[in-house]
Write a protein that binds this ligand. Structure first.
Ligand SMILES: Cc1cc2nc3c(=O)[nH]c(=O)nc-3n(C[C@H](O)[C@H](O)[C@H](O)COP(=O)(O)O)c2cc1C
Length: 358
């Protein structure tokens, strides 16, 4: 599978997954290199969300990409992924209002498109804590945040990544700009669909200018209510945003279907009339399309054969099955999911899953 300059050995991607195994200052750890290398039979690896700045950080032990230490820490990871025959795209993450100062490298309070608090708790070193009020970014700060994306993209390339993915899904900062429930600005960054979509478009443009348009992908989660970023007319938003991104001729669009939009995805909402997200998105986007969300071998094959997607990303099954492509190809059984090991801690539930043995 060829997407732009990237030659992938198969159409399976490992979906971005926060695993909280970095050092507290965001420097990647040695076990992260083991973990990614074990999964490098995926045609493409999309990294866990990586903080683009101190302000972008909101969860414990998330890796960063804004210091030289971060770049040096990622280099062995990207080298080992490449040596094992895969490609690595770094997911650039700014959590916006979904943050607690205790989790921030610099003790910073959350910021967002508007001063609308995230009325929930996040996990911190001392347990679950309520998220404090959100401060709205000033116009200058919006532009400097966009610069942070571009700098992070340059750092990702310096660390040996093949490109970056802007995390604009699941209710984090870019999605907080996109949606009515989290953006009540009346300046150039809010008010209309075009203005609310501007942050994502400008961030994509800035990254494209920094590292080349064929090294920049975008992840979206249309119709998702994850982290409380929602709008009345979601379809209209994406009918504007996706063609606008399409015009930038980027590396790919990556879509998470609404059924599963993040770690909480496991909690499927019963009785909802879920739209066919992939069918909705495909005609709006002219480039390569990656889709994620509760795929298994047969449903992935069906999606590819029908031409509805170019690459299928697998999340949770890649955690317990480091050799997932071989298991799908040969019909081997899949190992059980153990959500209690997903975040934090050590190599348990991280690098101790074994490949299938006949
Ligand atoms: C432990 C865990 C961490 C995740 N972290 C991220 C993340 O950092 N960025 C992101 O875009 N999605 C994240 N997701 C969502 C996955 O990328 C994926 O969209 C979701 O798990 C659905 O795919 P699946 O059904 O194959 O697991 C995470 C999911 C899980 C289970």
């Amino acid at each position: 599978m060829q997407i732009a300059d990237l030659c992938l050995s198969n159409r399976i991607a490992m979906a971005p997954m926060t695993r909280s195994r970095a050092a507290v200052d965001g420097t990647p750890t040695a076990i992260m290199a083991d973990y990614y290398e074990q999964r490098a039979t995926a045609g493409l690896i999309i990294s866990e969300g990586v903080s683009i700045s101190p302000q972008a950080q909101g969860f414990l032990n998330v890796p960063g990409i804004f210091t030289q230490n971060h770049v040096d820490g990622w280099r062995p990871i990207t080298e080992r992924i490449h040596r094992a025959g895969s490609r690595i795209i770094m997911q650039l993450w700014h959590v916006g209002r979904v943050a607690h100062p205790d989790n921030s490298f610099a003790g910073l309070s959350p910021v967002g498109a508007s001063a609308i608090a995230f009325e929930r708790t996040v996990n911190t070193a001392t347990g679950l804590q309520r998220v404090p009020p959100t401060r709205a970014l000033s116009d200058n700060e919006v532009w400097s945040t966009i610069d942070d994306y571009a700098n992070a993209a340059e750092h990702a390339i310096a660390a040996g990544c093949d490109g970056v993915e802007i995390h604009a899904a699941n209710g984090y900062l870019p999605a907080q700009f996109l949606h009515e429930s989290t953006n009540q600005r009346i300046d150039e960054w809010g008010g209309t669909i075009e203005k609310r979509a501007r942050f994502i478009i400008e961030a994509a443009k800035a990254c494209a200018q920094a590292i080349g348009k064929h090294r920049v992908g975008v992840r979206l989660s249309p119709f998702s209510e994850f982290n409380g970023a929602t709008s009345q007319n979601e379809a209209d938003i994406y009918r504007y945003l996706i063609p606008a991104l399409s015009e930038l001729d980027l590396l790919y669009l990556h879509v998470v279907t609404s059924q599963v939009s993040g770690p909480k995805s496991v909690e499927r909402v019963d009785g909802t009339d879920l739209p066919d997200v992939v069918g909705f998105v495909r005609p709006l986007w002219s480039g390569p399309l990656i889709v994620a969300g509760e795929y298994n071998g047969p449903s992935a094959e069906e999606e590819l054969k029908a031409g509805r997607a170019d690459v299928i990303a697998f999340g949770r099954d890649f955690i317990a099955n480091p050799d997932l492509p071989a298991r799908l190809a040969n019909g081997y059984p899949l190992a059980e999911r153990r959500p209690s090991d997903w975040y934090g801690s050590d190599e348990r539930g991280y690098t101790d899953y074994r490949p299938w043995k006949l």
